[in-house]
Design a protein around this ligand. Structure first.
Ligand code: NAD
Ligand code: TDX
Length: 333
């Protein structure tokens, strides 16, 4: 049966991938609510079926607008956030406004209209792991966020849990690992290095580059969220991951090799303050309870496809590239 979905942050990286995924794989109708901050890009929503898609420019902190939109939908998937750790170290305030107050505003509307609500979050709420720790994050790992970004995401998760318990809001939460794929802003690690190479700039690795991230293709994140929306248990948290642990150094070397450059043609730059060492997700609950499986098992193939996408979508990323590199250069990164 066709649903009416509201997707916040649908002009961003993962939100836009989700909108494409939903409109391709279901009969659902989608309304995107997005403020179009520096991170939003309407070009990411090109080519969608216009009879099932609507875009509304607005702020998730705008209670009147949010209330009006909730009245007209069956369910809400909440991606909108300030999402970049490096920006949160530079200016934390927008992270508090959007990630905390914005989520609160949406939860109050979900409560008033009793709407199904799915909250998108991150594995960074659990802090980090040692490189040689056999443990991975599970749904019961204690919260221990490190950065202004991850602490505001942790705060938003706790708000959702409280609104479920205190007010009976029918909500679920997912915490996903690092995503890669098309439509990711060039401030982020993988697109930054790909577009650096395309511009003749050497890739930049923070610190030693031994830090490990657990990579998942954005389309696999989307299929997991759709699975939780369809069959997840209300009040539950699900971790989403695809067993993709790689050191940053290995990822940079693979990008260089796939792009026909010497594998060591990169620079070490100033490390990120408070840089989390390793993230790793155990997604057993999602796989066994809900039967979800990732489709992009081969990271190298997914990365090659992502490189191909950036090569052929320069008009999508070129307008932001110079400003992002100037920001990093000012910090020695
Ligand atoms: P992004 O920065 O690419 O996109 C965020 C979008 O939200 C943008 O379109 C922006 O315009 C919009 N937005 C920001 N503030 C808003 C506001 N106040 N009102 C309305 N819209 C607003 O982020 P992303 O990487 O796509 O991340 C999306 C979500 O997924 C976030 O909640 C993030 O915490 C989570 N997440 C991201 C990753 C990752 O690897 N990128 C991993 C796990 C979880
Ligand atoms: O130029 C770089 N060089 C570098 O070595 C950049 C931009 C990053 N890095 C490192 C820092 C991290 O160890 O690469 C790793 C990945 O960095 P980001 O792309 O900034 O991602 P991360 O900080 O891991 O957070 C991401 O995953 C979890 C998303 O941005 C978050 O929104 C999500 O919650």
């Amino acid at each position: 049966m066709s649903r009416r979905l509201l997707v916040t942050g649908g002009a961003g990286f993962i939100g836009s991938n989700f909108v494409h995924h939903v409109l391709e794989h279901t009969d659902d109708h989608v309304t995107v609510l997005d403020k179009l901050t520096y991170a939003g890009n309407l070009m990411s929503l090109d080519g969608l079926p216009q009879d099932r898609f609507r875009f509304v420019r607005g702020d998730i902190c705008d209670a009147a607008l949010v209330d009006e939109l909730f009245a007209g939908v069956d369910a809400v998937v909440h991606y909108a956030a300030e999402s970049h750790n490096d920006n949160s170290l530079d200016d934390p305030r927008p992270f508090l406004d959007t990630n905390i107050v914005g989520t609160y505003t949406l939860l109050e509307a979900a409560r008033r209209h009793h709407r199904r609500f799915h909250h998108i979050s991150t594995d960074e709420v659990y802090g980090d792991l040692e490189l040689d720790d056999p443990a991975r994050f599970t749904e019961t790992t204690p919260y221990s966020p490190s950065s202004p970004y991850s602490s505001t995401k942790a705060g938003s998760d706790l708000l959702v849990r409280a609104w479920v318990r205190s007010f009976g809001v029918p909500a679920t939460i997912s915490n996903c690992s690092n995503n890669y794929g098309p439509y990711q802003h060039v401030e982020k690690f993988i697109p930054r290095q790909i577009t650096n190479i395309l511009r003749g700039i050497r890739p930049k690795l923070y610190g030693t580059g031994e830090n490990v991230r657990d990579w998942i293709h954005a389309d696999d994140h989307s299929s997991a969220v759709l699975t939780i929306l369809d069959t997840g248990r209300i009040g539950e948290t699900y971790l989403i991951g695809a067993d993709g642990e790689k050191s940053n150094k290995d990822v940079v070397e693979l990008i260089l090799t796939l792009m026909g450059q010497p594998a060591d043609a990169y620079d070490h730059v100033t490390d990120r303050a408070g840089h989390d060492l390793r993230y790793a997700i155990d997604s057993t609950r999602l796989r066994t309870e809900l039967g979800w499986q990732p489709r992009y098992a081969d990271f190298e193939a997914g990365l090659a496809a992502t490189i191909h996408w950036y090569r052929h979508h320069e008009p999508w990323w070129a307008p932001t590239k110079t400003g992002v590199e100037a920001f990093y250069a000012s910090k020695g990164q």
